[in-house]
Design a protein around this ligand. Structure first.
Ligand SMILES: *Cc1c(COP(=O)(O)O)cnc(C)c1O
Length: 372
């Protein structure tokens, strides 16, 4: 029996590195409500990204960050604009967040090259007149350019909120292309490479948008205890902020470690002549290693071979959100061919910061022996 290789084995800061922060919490006796650790996490994250500290607000998870970004950045639906336009090629959380804000999801297809919405194509879409928000997604952390959606917003008048998912790790070196006035919600879930357990944040260069998002994350309270706007409780706890601070302190090392794993993967797939079909950092977040198959049939054969070899894999987004039970009757375009094809041909391969070369070689060998 071969050793099983799990599809994803995250590694977050260890207990020892959390201790100094936990001791500070023992002292402050502040455990949530944008306490000292959460506020320090926000400003150190802002510094890393080269934006003002008022541009970043932390949240208890990526889904709540997105809900608050929609409420604070686009508001709630109206009778004439009940829809949230969502790419079906995403994690279900995008649609769930829109629905929790009162919008009806309307699923559209993605561009075959960028795997996300095409802003210029969307300007022509007939549903636009009935949409209260559009939510472009960074699939697998592949970052979404601000400028496309600024132009879209200006020309259509429809607010955009970006579900930036796992893309925090991918924007650090070029944050100004990916951060701007459009509110952008990130997930800091354990499975993303910038993971802190459960957590998220919203970033926008417009301070008043972030102030409103912050109020939406905190019962709608703006300065007083009066619930003034649509809201939820989506605040980051001080315990998770401690993980965030510890992660910031070791981020360079973590990034280097993940980069080494990705380099090994690239070398192995390169030896088999398959470099073009392998996707990982820096195109997408380092928590994913994706192999793009030519056809669904080829994908089926590769998945069977991986299974025989005890190598775990995942079709991360399934065949699209519109295929999930709860969303089967949701409004959508009749045909979503790119979503359905990517959904069954982009195979998530094993990834971990400490994945070893022999395991990587085994994965690449099984994949290459099967494709035709
Ligand atoms: C991870 C992810 C989410 C959900 O974030 P949570 O922190 O798990 O709530 C939403 N959208 C995308 C694109 C994601 O990758």
């Amino acid at each position: 029996m071969k050793k099983k290789i799990p599809v994803l084995r995250p590694k977050l800061p260890d207990a020892q590195s959390l201790l100094p922060y936990l001791l500070r919490t023992d002292e402050s006796r502040i455990y949530s409500n944008f306490g000292p650790l959460a506020v320090e996490f926000q400003s150190r994250l802002a510094m890393l990204l080269g934006v003002a500290p008022e541009s970043v607000i932390s949240a208890s998870c990526g889904t709540n960050a997105l809900i608050a970004a929609i409420l604070g950045g686009a508001g709630v639906p109206t009778n004439s604009r009940p829809y949230a336009i969502i790419p079906s090629f995403t994690f279900v959380a995008t649609a769930i967040a829109a629905e929790r804000c009162g919008f009806q999801p309307y699923f559209v297809d993605v561009d075959p090259n960028s795997w996300t919405l095409d802003a210029f194509k969307m300007l022509e879409h007939p549903i636009l007149d009935h949409a209260g928000v559009i939510i472009p997604v960074a699939p697998f952390g592949r970052p979404v350019l601000q400028q496309d959606w600024l132009a879209f917003r200006e020309r259509s008048g429809v607010p955009a909120v970006i579900d930036a998912g796992a893309s925090l790790s991918c924007i650090i070196d070029d944050s100004h292309s990916f951060i701007g006035s459009i509110p952008t919600a990130f997930s800091l879930h354990a499975t993303k490479s910038f993971g802190i357990g459960e957590g998220g944040c919203v970033i926008s260069t417009e301070g008043d948008v972030i102030a409103r998002v912050g109020a939406s994350l905190n019962f709608g309270f703006i300065e007083t205890r009066d619930s003034a706007i649509p809201s939820l409780n989506g605040k980051l706890s001080e315990y998770h902020a401690a993980v965030g601070l510890a992660l910031l302190s070791c981020w360079k090392e973590k990034w280097a470690t993940v980069s080494r794993v990705v380099r090994c993967y690239r070398d192995e797939f390169g030896r088999h002549g398959l470099s073009e079909r392998f996707f990982s950092l820096p195109q997408i977040d380092g928590s994913y290693a994706l192999f793009l198959c030519g056809t669904g049939k080829e994908a089926g054969q590769i998945m069977s071979a991986l299974e025989r070899d005890c190598i775990d894999f995942r079709l991360w987004y399934g065949a699209g959100v519109h295929r999930h039970t709860h969303f089967l009757n949701a409004a959508r375009d009749d045909h979503l061919p790119v979503t359905e094809r990517l959904g069954c041909t982009l195979i998530g391969l094993p990834m971990a910061p400490d994945l070893q070369l022999p395991d990587i070689a085994r994965v690449a060998a099984v994949v290459s022996s099967t494709q035709y």
